[in-house]
Design a protein around this ligand. Structure first.
Ligand code: TMP
Ligand code: ASP
Length: 250
């Protein structure tokens, strides 16, 4: 494929970021690489990049319609999107509506417990340290964000949850939990960055009650359940049905 872009600026586990002519934007290429457990488990999953790019684009547009600022500008190609250049805050913001995953490994909270209000956890985004869970005191000690930014981050993350829960529910999907990354764009505005996809969300299919069958996210890869791409494809099909014409910036 011929797509014009500048230098590779950054390569992460699931995406590459390239420069373009305009200083305030970059292009993101979604890769087929799947990783889990801080990349101890790795695989190439054919078509994952395209599905995550297509799902993310539409979810960013859902947020935008709710007045939530994101870095998303538009799709450029099947696996590429244009986004605002942002300085990513090295935090992983996790919102949990239902207890599962690491929460149930690290605490006695029973799997499936409904969490209202959603539990918000902040993790320090640094693979070298294994993305550790932060306490308020450690967050303050690290001085990663100001007290005002901390409040703005929580408000934004809860707004994202409030927008996505009913959207997914309308597609018979339960948003169990998800991870967000936030950044500051060149105008200094706090925006939702990175991606929102089955790689970063737990999504359960409300059309089945089978505890394994209902999993339509990266837990299928983490737990070796098989059918990873079929699950992502199902999420994409439902999201595309609700948002058939995403913005193109090609
Ligand atoms: P956890 O239960 O493993 O802490 O995961 C919480 C949510 O965060 C879940 O939706 C998956 C997502 N997540 C990521 O996007 N990246 C990660 O590295 C991890 C550990 C979780
Ligand atoms: N971000 C994690 C990793 O690759 C994967 C995960 O569990 O989502 O290492």
């Amino acid at each position: 494929m011929t797509l014009s872009h500048g230098a590779l600026l950054y390569e992460g586990k699931a995406k590459r970021v390239y420069a373009v002519d305009q200083d305030d934007r970059v292009l993101v290429e979604y890769k087929n690489d799947a990783t889990a457990f801080n990349a101890l488990k790795r695989e190439q999953i054919e078509d994952k990049g395209r599905l995550n790019c297509q799902i993310s684009a539409r979810l960013f547009e859902v947020l935008e319609r709710d007045g939530i600022p994101t870095h998303y500008l538009g799709l450029v190609d099947e696996t590429w999107m244009a986004v605002q250049k942002v300085e990513v805050i090295p935090l992983e913001v996790v919102l949990r509506n239902v207890a599962t995953g690491s929460l149930c490994k690290q605490t006695p909270i029973a799997p499936g417990t409904s969490l209202e209000p959603a539990l918000l956890d902040l993790y320090y985004k640094d693979d070298a340290f294994g993305d550790p869970l932060l306490t308020e005191a450690r967050l303050e000690l690290l001085q990663l964000v100001t007290a005002e930014q901390r409040v703005a981050i929580e408000r934004l993350a809860r707004h994202v949850n409030a927008a996505l829960v009913p959207f997914f529910r309308s597609l018979d999907l339960q948003l169990v939990d998800f991870k967000l990354e936030l950044g500051c764009n060149t105008a200094g505005e706090l925006v939702v960055a990175d991606e929102i996809s089955p790689d970063t969300c737990r999504l359960w299919d409300l059309r089945t009650t089978d505890p394994q069958e209902r999993i339509l996210d990266k837990d299928r890869f983490r737990q070796d359940l098989g059918g990873v791409i079929e699950a992502y494809g199902e999420v994409c099909k439902r999201v595309q049905g609700a948002c058939p014409n995403p913005r193109n910036c090609g």
